[in-house]
Design a protein around this ligand. Sequence first.
Ligand code: UN1
Length: 512
Amino acid sequence: MATDILTGPTILGSTTRTKIFKNFIDGEWVESSTGETFENRNPADTREVVGIFQKSGKEDVDAAIAAAARAFAKWRLVPAPRRAEVVYKAAEMLIERKEEYSRDMTREMGKILKETRGDVQEAIDTAYYMAGEGRRLFGPTTPSELPNKFAMAVRQPLGVCAMITPWNFPMAIPSWKLLPAIVCGNTCVIKPAQDTPLSTFNLVRTLADAGIPRGVINIVSGFGSRIGAPLLEHPEVRAVSLTGSTEVGRIVGTTAAKSFKHCSLELGGKNPMIVLDDANLDLAIEGGLWGGFGTTGQRCTATSRIIVQKGVYNEFVERYVHRAQGLKVGNGLDENVDMGPAINEAQLKTDLSYVDIGKDEGAKLVCGGHRLNKGEYQNGWFMEPTVFVDVDPKMRIAQEEIFGPVVSIIPCDDLEDAIAIANNIEYGLSSSLYTKDVNKAFAAMRDLSAGITYINAPTIGAEVHLPFGGVKATGNGHREGGIGAIDFYSEWKSIYVDYSDRLQRAQIDRPE
Ligand code: UN1
């Protein structure tokens, strides 16, 4: 097999040679037909070029889809348990490569090593889970209403699936999509986020090393503006899966609808954590810091609103802010760092613009709010952990997804008030409640409108064998993770076998 990496030209001022990564199409590592490339730079130190990737065009997309379509003819006939064995083997290989891939991910994405190890682990967990599904893929058998007739439903693959993935979980999220898709017998073309293609390459390279046949998984790197439409509009593509913003989701959803493709959208969030007077405050503070500033707030599940009951409001705010001020910001490769940079300049600008928006709206800024760009920070996209208090739930900082380290703390009267505030929002991905009262916990589990609710834990940290996704503008009703993913990447075929040797008319012949 051709190598996936070329050694590129020496970059100015650097003594090391930068690696050039190629597309993976039909089992070969190939350069883009456009002849153009783009740089992947480290957001903690933009002097470092992590790799150079292909800036692909329509021709590359068409070649990848054609390869996937050819591979589908054979792959769908490979028994599912055998398909799953390759996925199992990839899990074992990922364990061996975990440290290397985690370091690569911190360099391209910025989040701290603890978290990038978690990201690779999430891909490993998904691989083991989906490998097991290869021996299930259960469907119902059921009695027929007629004698000597057998009835069942089986899962069938869809065909070529297109995946568009985000930069915040650059290995975990591609694994949520690719692994159930191939276990179900589909073939795939994936376009990784342009900020973080390397981690997706590492995942796909591992799957290739584990023995995925040529054409079953193809990677085309580049920019959505150029290759998004050719991927989404191609008649041969039967399913589309996107994790991204609500704005992009609307475009992808309407484009896919025109040719009746299955379409799974995982979009924005503005996730509330409720802290009641009876909560374990130490635990709630710890959870709120992890949920709010983990991944620099760049998770769709990030705890971006903390709704605190009046009896503990002042104490919570004081202690939370004190702890947030103590978080160490820096390069995620340093094990002492708690929070890495924003992914890129545009995201940092957005984060900072929301600081101004919050101030203009009259929210009280009590922590952070500034860019860090001196000394160790001068070459990265860093900002301080930022907290607004006394936030009105209608303010933009409490309604819009920022995707940065900006937390809004909102006072509330009681659980009922808290749930009303929590639900009065466009999104509905994750939610959480801190209380020791089991009655209140169960009421919240029922009434919070979100795809995920945590009790006594923050809004982040979903496990891969449970459904992942949200309500309202967070998605279009599909779920990733667990059996939801199998449901998306397969479709039902109902089968009737009549062994009576005579015409039996359903609904008309009604035997005694
Ligand atoms: C995302 O933010 O896009 O539940 C995914 C979590 C992670 C996945 C987050 N396991 O926070």
